[in-house]
Design a protein around this ligand. Sequence first.
Ligand code: NAD
Length: 382
Amino acid sequence: MGMVGGGPGAFIGEVHRKAARMDGQVEFVGGAFDINPRKSKQMGKELNLNPKRVYKDYKEMIVKELQLPDGERMDFVTVCTPNNWHFSIAKDLLDVGFHVMCEKPMTLTTKEARELVKIVKKTRRVFGLMHNYTGYPMVKLARDMVNNGEIGKVRKIVVQYPQGWLATALEKTGQQQASWRTDPKQSGASGCGGDIGTHAENLAEYITGLKMTHLCAELTAFVKGRKLDDDANCLVKYNNGARGVLHASQVSVGEENNLAIWVYGEKGGLEWHQEHPNYLSVKPIGQPTQVWKRGNDYVTSYSQAAGRATRLPSGHPEAFFEAMANIYLNFTDTVKARMMRVKPDSLVLDFPDVHDGLRGMLFLETLVTSAKSKQKWTKFKK
Ligand code: NAD
């Protein structure tokens, strides 16, 4: 494994480094960690890496890694830079034969996303997208329950992702994560929508297997002088006729990462909360609500995918690191299968990919178009 991004003081790079290695299958060998070459070297030292494999930028990394023999060279590279870099770095890596794990949102525009779909197809490399919330066992259980018809035809989906950390002009203090997230050149056309709205969209589509078709949206920048939205509210239509509400916010004071989803079908409902990820509420019609708890035999025997994504016995909580490790487990097993020229089974192929990335970008395009429009209801482009 190599990495681009994740330098000193970065947020998600270190989470990737820990999660990818949780199952002992991955060796982390180097990278180009920071936009500042000096800081990239500093990160390499902190990580005790071989200095020869700590690069000043990703272009040097590609050239030097390609000179190494098979088996020594990086097999895959994780891209965890701000959004504006994802496309060019992923493209350059895929074009010369590396498999790629990329952070979300996948690109800055749908045009880039469509191009990346073509590049992945052409190069036959494995491409993973880090929508880590679909790595939770109870999310996989929910997906399997919907798929098995447990709650009947889905009618309504409510999904939310409120945070409160951008309720003040944090970007004006120079705070690293706030600075680029509020800059359209680095973040994209929507701030809050791109940063966390795409996670909500991906979660709803993953659990239900449905596709959003139309949005009626409003985007607001509450904090004075902020160029991008910090609050997003939308009504949603799905391809089976279901209706929904999706809201995401970074000015919901007091909220941390309150991602949650409610799915209602003709025969029952499901409810899951990211801040309490080991539990899934199941609400069969006319019966008391059940709370299914991760790690129990009744979960692993119902859902093979949930079982594969479980490491600890029930009652010992698993959370953010484990969910990301589950995405890595399936991604790296797929990379290994590709190298050995065998076909992975559907349990292994259960990780977000370039098509999910395109869905995320179509969601953002529709969100922004609807928010700017007078007629409001806006159809997803194909
Ligand atoms: P960050 O600002 O904390 O870190 C970004 C790092 O990338 C910095 O070290 C920076 O120097 C480096 N960088 C920038 N351009 C580079 C380049 N061209 N080459 C090498 N390094 C470069 O940002 P973050 O919060 O870690 O977010 C990074 C990405 O991860 C974003 O796309 C964000 O949307 C995504 N993210 C995803 C999740 C999740 O739950 N999946 C959570 C947080 C962030």
